[in-house]
Design a binder for this molecule. Structure first.
Ligand code: DC
Length: 219
């Protein structure tokens, strides 16, 4: 029996993970956050001081895996749950940089394909509809204006002590967009057959509803 695969791609901060979680709960599918896998690789490289030239060899020992607890994804690095550790601005930037390396992409590509072969998934990332699951049943490209993405992130962080300024968040978002869209291997771009959903003017609920509507029309 073949599995149902839904691809959601888009830039950092467009709301992919929050919205994909809502949609997967509604559909009863597993939600796979591929960005977390790139972040786990970045953490591995950072913790072990691995240089770019040795990555291909060293990745064989990385042992990155996912586990799902009550439908929610946890990322394991050598069996250690690093789901929270990978959410720092340093690891965001490191993941954006190391995800451009073909050896890193090849390693995670295999892992992602296997999960999608074995499960009904909503998989989010940058190259899911274009490279990882080119035959996905539904492809969505989720985006929003950079200023809106920065202001959402700012509101999320505003309560925490020592939070970054809005301008700094916006600068990081613009830099990550540029790196993700302009790398040679599997850059961020909309697949030709993906449906574009722009959430600049939408609430989370409206965005999730728009996506569920697209999915129900296609499946
Ligand atoms: O979605 P995120 O911000 O957690 O992703 C972290 C970085 O990983 C992002 O800057 C680009 C990279 N990434 C990627 O290249 N391909 C994916 N499918 C997912 C993430």
């Amino acid at each position: 029996m073949s599995t149902v695969n839904i691809a959601i791609d888009g830039p950092a901060g467009a709301g992919k993970s929050t919205i994909a979680k809502m949609v997967s709960a509604e559909m009863g599918y597993i939600y796979v956050d591929t960005g977390a896998m790139y972040r786990a690789v970045a953490l591995y490289i950072t913790e072990n001081n691995i240089d770019d030239a040795s990555i291909e060899n060293e990745l064989k020992n990385a042992d990155i895996s996912l586990k799902f607890v009550d439908g929610s994804q946890r990322v394991l690095l050598g069996g250690r749950d690093v789901s929270e550790l990978i959410r720092t601005p340093e690891i965001s930037m490191a993941a954006s940089r190391t995800s451009a390396l073909p050896a890193v992409r090849a390693y995670l590509f295999e892992l992602q394909k296997k999960i999608a072969r074995e499960n009904n998934v909503i998989m989010d990332g940058r190259d899911i509809g274009t490279v990882v699951l080119p035959n996905a049943d539904v492809k969505i490209f989720l985006t929003a204006a950079a200023e809106e993405r920065a202001s959402r992130r700012y509101k999320e962080l505003a309560e925490k002590p020592g939070h970054p300024a809005y301008e700094e968040i916006l600068k990081d978002i613009i830099q990550r967009d540029y790196q993700d869209m302009n790398r040679e291997t599997a850059p961020l771009k909309q697949a030709e057959d993906a449906v574009l959903v722009d959430t600049t003017e939408l609430t989370l609920e409206q965005s999730a509803d728009a996506i569920i509507k697209v999915i129900k029309e296609k499946i």
